[in-house]
Write a protein that binds this ligand. Structure first.
Ligand SMILES: *Cc1c(COP(=O)(O)O)cnc(C)c1O
Length: 354
């Protein structure tokens, strides 16, 4: 097998998706399967579709274009750039938006294409990333309503990603009040009230989701089996879908404290070392170009990651009961930061298993 590599279990993706979709469906919530952490890979996205998601959603247009042969509505998650409105109108059924100037351009492009583009208007409930501030007077709705190429299909919010604000019954109830205000202006019921990402799932699992929330956009919880408000593993879900493999290229006993004057490392930081005497260490052929060391967890929990550089990862294997040799592989679970990095690194081979 070529290394480094990431092995992806497609059946487990389907299973995790089914579990989350069924919990959501019971309370009238549809799920958008979010594909950005795996670059819109069509096999992984298809496993989400097999698991029952109702939409596929991504923040990158090139990923959405990759998914064009999968027959399911596509959603552009990031507020579109004005330079991409033509392609968004062409390739996406829905997009999340917050800027009237961009929405106007989307309308014009949609009219040229003979289409109506569905927008989900983002509302910022306090997390301070995208969206119209929740205390706004929503005057913009009348103007958007007048655009012939646009349908206001819904509203949504995004929490936890920037400000770390946890979705709650209270803040999502505000979203519903805003839905009422907007519905009064547009004169019809919104199709979608999207209550956030994986960090909103804890409300579904605890039975505390306000009842009019009818959609969530879920990536990480499906892929890594965790809700992301408190970071806990969701019972019954797989947290080992993506497994990272690196190969040992050197094993030697060396001092734990470097010899010589210490300057800055390859990334401009002055390293700090604890002197633990001689230790058995292994070097993996895998570096910062492939993964984020802080976000990988060795399955052999007696291994300690002690550092690395662009192409090398150094492990302390002194305490391991395994008798490692050069050429052996070390296996890691990964979390979100490393998932994103390893899936976007072309150095890391992706092996999909059924
Ligand atoms: C990334 C993203 C999501 C999905 O987030 P997860 O934490 O992976 O569930 C949902 N909505 C928006 C707007 C996003 O950018």
């Amino acid at each position: 097998m070529k290394n480094p590599r990431i092995e992806i279990d497609l059946n487990k993706i389907k299973y995790n998706t089914e579990y989350i979709v069924s919990k959501c469906r019971k309370i009238g919530i549809s799920v958008m399967g979010v594909t950005k952490a795996f670059c819109g890979d069509t096999d992984i996205a298809s496993s989400m579709v097999d698991g029952g998601v109702s939409f596929l959603a991504d923040s990158r247009l090139e990923n959405i274009i990759k998914l064009k042969d999968i027959q399911i509505p596509k959603v552009m998650l990031r507020i579109p750039m004005q330079s991409e409105v033509h392609d968004v109108a062409l390739n996406c059924d829905y997009s999340l938006n917050s800027e009237i100037s961009t929405i106007t351009m989307l309308s014009e492009e949609s009219i040229k294409l003979g289409k109506k583009h569905n927008i989900i208007l983002m509302i910022d409930l306090g997390d301070l990333r995208e969206g119209i501030w929740y205390e706004d007077n929503f005057d913009c709705i009348k103007k958007i309503k007048a655009l012939d190429g646009i349908k206001i299909a819904g509203i949504g919010t995004n929490l936890t990603c920037y400000g770390g604000v946890i979705p709650s019954f209270e803040n999502l109830s505000k979203l519903i009040e805003i839905a009422d205000i907007i519905e009064n202006i547009i004169g019809y019921k919104l199709e979608i009230i999207s209550g956030g990402n994986s960090s909103s799932l804890h409300l579904v699992l605890k039975g505390e989701m306000p009842s009019r929330i009818n959609n969530l956009r879920v990536g990480e919880a499906i892929l890594l089996g965790r809700e992301t408000a408190y970071g806990s593993i969701i019972d019954n879900l797989y947290d080992d879908i993506f497994m990272l493999y690196g190969e040992i290229i050197e094993i030697k006993k060396k001092p734990s404290y470097p010899v010589g004057e210490i300057g800055v490392d390859a990334f401009g930081k002055t390293p700090v070392f604890a002197d633990k005497g001689l230790r058995l260490r292994a070097i993996l052929a895998m570096g910062r170009g492939d993964v984020d060391f802080k976000n990988i967890i060795p399955i052999d929990d007696s291994i300690e990651i002690i550092g690395g550089s662009s192409d090398h990862l150094i492990l302390d294997i002194q305490n391991s009961k395994n008798n490692y040799s050069v050429g052996d592989e070390i296996v890691f679970k990964i979390n979100y930061g490393s998932l994103l990095q390893s899936m976007t690194s072309h150095y890391v081979k992706k092996i999909k298993k059924l």
